[in-house]
Design a binder for this molecule. Structure first.
Ligand code: 8YV
Length: 313
């Protein structure tokens, strides 16, 4: 029996490609020099697309592959998949929620500690001999006990909040609706910002949250506040963030996500009070294996005519 075609839009680990190749005929879009030719070749046989949160899938891709039945996202955020276009074409969409929640929350706390305690700079201080030649590293900033405001208290935001409880941090959150949690609620990041020492962004991306952390929110942060984003660059007014970093109104920041990844605004790399990550919050072997397995389960369920484990459309 011929295997159904699967378009792999973004690079996946070898273990996923190997497992997927048992059920599918793989078309590696990311590796193809002539992408149009690859799509033309697969036009009649490609029945599924695997994509990533940071790549998505647009209507033009769907139109190039009229036999596609499912787009499976290797990630929880599917904001770059044109879900309306998929629905209009009868294409199912799935994501990979839950399996990465705790991992992303871990990196959020790690970024916060790394930025506040200047862990990368202190590491360099030891390596380059500054400890010996210049003495003690300059004093840094405390994290435990500081007031944190979490933008978006979904699965990941709640996992970050649980960790912050252990750090003795008074917790606030901004969300459209108040939730049944023992934390202070604000309807917007701007309303919350003046009352926190740390702003942590963990809201889903997409049109509904574009620029949610606006200039008003960033400018309302107390002088010396800290900032962290493990969500999407699009959720934050990046020009306002850059201005606050430039003027050191934000004293430390940990950023995993940006606009225009991976060609991010080069000014971020000029700041010594910012710790940068290459959109890696879910990037452990354990979690990526779980994400890959869930994506495969969705793809295989569609081919077998079974209910999809984690559909979003
Ligand atoms: C990426 C993410 O998808 O899950 C998400 O929404 O942003 C990440 O987990 C991951 O980098 C896989 O490409």
């Amino acid at each position: 029996m011929t295997k159904p075609g699967l378009l792999i839009v973004g690079e996946l680990p070898a273990w996923d490609l190997e497992a997927l190749s048992e059920r599918f005929d793989l078309h590696l879009y990311y590796a193809a020099e002539d992408k149009a030719a690859l799509l033309a070749r697969g036009r009649d046989t490609i029945r599924a697309i695997s994509t990533k949160g940071e790549i998505g899938a647009d209507a033009a891709l769907m139109d190039a592959l009229p036999k596609v039945e499912i787009i499976a996202c290797y990630g929880v955020g599917y904001d770059l998949i044109d879900v309306e276009a998929a629905k209009a074409r009868g294409i199912r969409v799935t994501n990979a929620p839950d399996v990465l929640t705790e991992e992303v929350a871990d990196l959020a706390i790690g970024l916060l500690l790394a930025a506040a305690r200047r862990i990368p700079a202190a590491d360099a201080w030891v390596r380059d001999g500054s400890w010996k030649s210049r003495g003690s590293f300059p004093l840094t900033t405390r994290v435990w006990g500081k007031r944190i405001g979490i933008v978006g208290l979904g699965r990941i935001g709640a996992a970050i909040a649980r960790r912050c409880e252990a750090f003795g941090m008074p917790i606030s959150y901004s969300a459209r609706q108040m939730k049944d949690v023992p934390y202070a609620w604000y309807p917007t990041p701007a309303a919350m910002a003046r009352n926190v020492d740390i702003l942590m962004v963990s809201a889903a991306g997409g049109a509904a949250t574009r620029g949610l952390v606006d200039k008003a929110a960033i400018d309302a942060l107390p002088a010396g506040a800290m900032f962290c984003n493990v969500a999407r660059g699009s959720v934050v007014d990046e020009a306002a963030l850059l201005a606050a970093l430039r003027e050191r109104r934000i004293a430390a920041a940990g950023l995993d996500v940006f606009n225009n990844e991976p060609a991010i605004d080069p000014e971020f790399a000029t700041f010594d009070h910012v710790v940068l990550q290459p959109h890696a919050a879910s990037g452990t072997v354990e979690t990526r294996k779980a994400m890959g397995a869930l994506m495969r389960a969705n793809l295989e369920a569609q081919m077998d005519g079974k209910p999809l484990p984690t559909p979003v459309a």
